[in-house]
Design a protein around this ligand. Structure first.
Ligand SMILES: [Zn+2]
Length: 240
């Protein structure tokens, strides 16, 4: 029974390590995924704002061109105004002058608006670029860590898995079955509990003196009456 108990302790140790590996990895993939999504989102936003900036610039240059042409026409009409001979001609040119003037006035208002938009967009773009650079660097670090951890832990995981199989082969079937049932059922994965201060180290229920004695002799397979964990006394196991 002593050997069986020792094997159980070894099995528990392997399972603790496996659980730890899982927990270690557990957080990183999430972080890497979150950063990946944020990079995509920021890149899209950056594309949208850059296109808006491009369009604002195009519209502004088109209007600047229209305003320049209207100013040229205006000058031409104003010169013509002095040469007209009929009222009809005068009215026609006056109307052309009014329409050229409104192209200039409306155009200049819109140009100011667009310049403001372009300034704002340029600021937004540069802060988005800075943010993107930061999260990309963050992503590179976290992703490298994750890849490294996967590479590292997959070797260790494989070794632990092999050792686990070797131990299970040596364990009596009902003992292993009981361990596995408790191991799977408990959140901490502990199928084996150490006796600690005369209590179960898993659920802290007190252990009757008779049972404590039986545990210390290593002659039998003793379960905690409260949680069902297999009880071992680390001090007794260490003897000889
Ligand atoms: Zn217990």
């Amino acid at each position: 029974m002593r050997t069986q108990l020792e094997l159980l302790v070894q099995l528990q140790d392997i399972d603790n390590q496996l659980l730890e590996l899982k927990q270690e990895r557990g957080n990183l993939p999430e972080t890497v995924e979150r950063l990946r999504a944020e990079i995509e989102e920021t890149t899209q936003l950056l594309d949208t704002r850059s296109e808006e900036l491009l369009n604002a610039g195009k519209e502004r240059r088109r209007i600047e061109n229209d305003v320049e042409l209207a100013k040229v026409s205006l000058k031409k009409y104003q010169d013509q105004l002095f040469k007209v001979s009929t009222n009809r001609e005068y009215d026609a040119i006056t109307s052309e002058i009014e329409s050229a003037k409104s192209i200039v006035t409306d155009g200049e208002t819109r140009i100011i608006e667009l310049l403001g938009q372009e300034e704002e967009l340029t600021e937004t773009i540069s802060s988005l670029e800075a943010h993107l650079e930061k999260i990309k660097a963050d992503f590179d670090v976290q992703d490298a860590e994750l890849q490294e951890k996967i590479a590292e832990t997959s070797d260790l995981e494989a070794t632990l898995g092999k050792n686990r199989v070797k131990i299970i082969e040596q364990l009596a079937k009902p003992i292993y079955a009981h361990y596995e049932r408790i191991h799977m059922a408990k959140e901490d994965g502990m199928g084996v509990a150490n006796v600690f201060n005369n209590a179960c180290g898993g659920c802290f229920a007190a252990i009757p003196p008779q049972k404590l004695l039986e545990i210390s002799t290593l002659a039998d397979f003793i379960l905690c009456e409260t949680c069902g964990r297999i009880l071992v006394d680390p001090d007794s196991l260490k003897v000889d």
